[in-house]
Design a protein around this ligand. Structure first.
Ligand code: AMP
Length: 380
């Protein structure tokens, strides 16, 4: 069902959102995910629904841990927070809701049953629920209780506005990308992104690889990488990818240092000395990317090109954020780090689509079905 087909007034709606925001010393470091969840919440409240808003936060591993409480999120959104997500106290609080009210349930992952998709936990979550709405794109690649178990137990289900838009944009990217289509992948590990590299390589006209991932590829090419982060056990895989006859662009210069602190001197060079760690792509590599994007009709970017949390190693990532923003084609950026860079560079409004889901967007682009989406689309 579509959201617009639901009767909402006076009904208890379980809204699964992705409010898994980055925290720094207990404060919200970036509220993009909260802001992205507001339109569906407002839509439901304006139509008189009684909303049970649910999310996970971090990895509390099935235990009630105040470090992972949704309290900062409740305060930020100025909404009440329940003491838990299931149980008699929560049910009593739900009973007290009136039309248009919202109650934020406490972290779903305080219960191991969430990630295990435990039937009893899913049944407890569904207990007072009339309608289920999934707007948690960033969690929809996980077959967790609130993503697949609850919709299986509720008769009326729908996608939220954010999930609908994410699917529309990412399916356009997956199924009908206009050429030239360029993918930029960064981040720490080749092992995490191997499948996505292989699948996007077949779809894109050119693949640009940066971040620590690039050093496994440079190692495979026989270049010296000093003490840079790499996965030597994946060198053979990297060689196979490089030899597949696709256009793969690697950094041609680097910003290096002797440690990760940002305090040791940073040197820019085309080769990496033995005692150095390459921590960012250099200015010539950024220029190479700007040139490659000049006539692109489609661009997808996921993952930072360097240790962007620590200046001056953020320049490559910010330069790429600006280059993607300049591109006149259809541009999509996914993943928390890349989104943070786009915001830091002040170019968020120049990107066609900012995807709130890192892992979920990669799985969708790889051609995998997302369990959360399947649960809604196959709902009887
Ligand atoms: P991922 O979670 O795989 O997307 O990786 C993101 C992390 O990779 C970020 O914390 C970056 O700081 C880190 N990163 C990117 N490039 C480098 C690099 N050259 N050396 C060390 N860490 C890096």
């Amino acid at each position: 069902m579509r959201l617009s087909e639901l009767s909402l007034k006076g009904r208890r709606v379980f809204l699964r959102a992705d409010l898994n925001v980055p925290l720094s010393d207990g404060a919200i470091a970036d509220d993009t995910r909260i802001r992205a969840s507001i339109p569906t919440l407002d839509y439901l409240r304006a139509r008189g629904a009684r909303v049970l808003l649910a999310s996970h936060l971090g990895r509390p591993k099935g235990e009630h841990n105040p470090t992972f409480s949704l309290a900062p999120i409740a305060a930020h959104m100025a909404i009440p927070l329940a003491t838990d997500c299931i149980g008699p106290d929560v049910e009593a609080a739900i009973e007290r809701l009136t039309d248009g009210d919202v109650l934020l349930l406490e972290n779903l992952r305080f219960h191991g049953g969430e990630t295990e998709n435990d039937p009893e936990f899913a049944a407890a979550l569904s207990k007072s629920v009339d309608v289920y709405v999934n707007d948690a794109f960033g969690a929809s690649h996980r077959a967790h209780a609130s993503i697949v178990g609850v919709p299986a137990r509720v008769t009326e289900v729908a996608m939220g506005l954010l999930l609908e838009r994410e699917l529309e944009m990412l399916r356009r990217l997956r199924d009908t990308p206009e050429s030239p289509y360029i993918c930029i992948l960064g981040g720490a590990k080749v092992s995490d992104k191997l499948q996505v590299i292989e699948s996007l390589m077949d779809r894109a006209d050119r693949m640009i690889i940066g971040g620590a991932m690039a050093y496994t590829f440079l190692l495979a090419r026989g270049e010296g990488i000093g003490r840079s982060l790499a996965e030597p056990e994946l060198v053979d895989t990297a060689k196979r990818i490089l030899d597949a006859g696709k256009e793969i662009m690697l950094p041609i210069d680097h910003v290096c240092s002797t440690d990760l602190s940002g305090n040791a001197p940073a040197v820019t060079s085309e080769t990496i000395a033995e005692d150095q760690i390459a921590l960012d792509i250099g200015p010539r590599s950024v220029k190479q990317i700007i040139d490659a994007l000049a006539d692109a009709r489609t661009v997808f970017w996921n993952g930072p090109l360097g240790l962007f949390e620590t200046p001056p190693f953020d320049r490559g990532t910010c330069g790429v954020a600006a280059a993607v923003a300049e591109c006149a084609g259809f541009t999509v950026v996914g993943g928390g780090d890349s989104l943070a860079a786009v915001h830091a560079a002040g170019v968020a409004n120049q990107i066609s689509h900012l995807s709130t889901g890192g892992g979920a967007s990669l799985e969708l682009l790889e051609g995998k079905a997302l369990p959360g989406v399947v649960a809604l689309e196959e709902h009887a």
